[in-house]
Design a protein. Structure first.
Length: 188
């Protein structure tokens, strides 16, 4: 079973993916996230990078969320998501959740490591916040928590640790809780 704190973070994540706020995570949410990112990066539809980003966003659905959709109606409800997270991310062996965590890390790097140096910089992390319409004022605070060795960059290992804590940890002091900014307003 999920704890109330784990469920709070999992709901936060579901809501940020449910871009049109209709209560379901579905392919068109990822399409909108892609379009928003392209706008943010000032890419025109004819630009090859425009196609790449949109394809990468659709791939997130194919890779991660089509498995959440149990009744195969091409969308995932909050109930499907919480059930999936309980069984496949939180209360399972490392070999099972490892796949999920690695895919999230992979997708964040594909979409946000814009200069392809294998690190997420503060600027790139800020883009993630803007793409998901998160409160940017929390981004620096969150970045500092994820940057474990304090070199002002988030490595793949640091991001893995953060993603693992965000999706799994029941410890309110865990650094990774801050992956998508503040959760405290949802908890109090
Ligand atoms: Ca939606
Ligand atoms: Ca980078
Ligand atoms: Ca670092």
């Amino acid at each position: 079973m999920l704890s109330a704190f784990q469920e709070t973070k999992l709901r936060l994540f579901f809501n940020l993916l449910d871009y049109d706020k209709n209560g379901f995570v579905e392919p068109r949410d990822f399409q909108s996230i892609g379009e928003n990112m392209c706008l943010m990066l000032e890419l025109a539809p004819g630009d090859p990078a425009y196609q790449e980003i949109n394809a990468a966003c659709i791939k997130v659905w194919d890779d991660l969320y089509m498995y959440v959709d149990k009744n195969l109606d091409d969308r995932a409800s909050i109930y499907e998501w919480l059930l999936y997270a309980d069984e496949r991310i939180v209360n399972c062996e490392k070999a099972v959740y490892d796949k999920y965590v690695n895919k999230v890390v992979h997708h964040i790097f594909v979409l946000f490591d814009q200069n392809k140096d294998n690190f997420i910089s503060l600027h790139e992390y800020l883009n993630l916040f803007m793409a998901f319409r998160l409160e940017v004022r929390h981004s620096a605070k969150a970045f500092i928590r994820l940057d474990l060795n304090k070199d002002n960059l988030i490595s793949r290992n640091e991001l893995y640790a953060g993603v693992e804590e965000f999706f799994r940890s029941d410890d309110m002091d865990a650094h990774g809780n801050w992956l998508f900014g503040s959760w405290e307003h949802l908890w109090k």
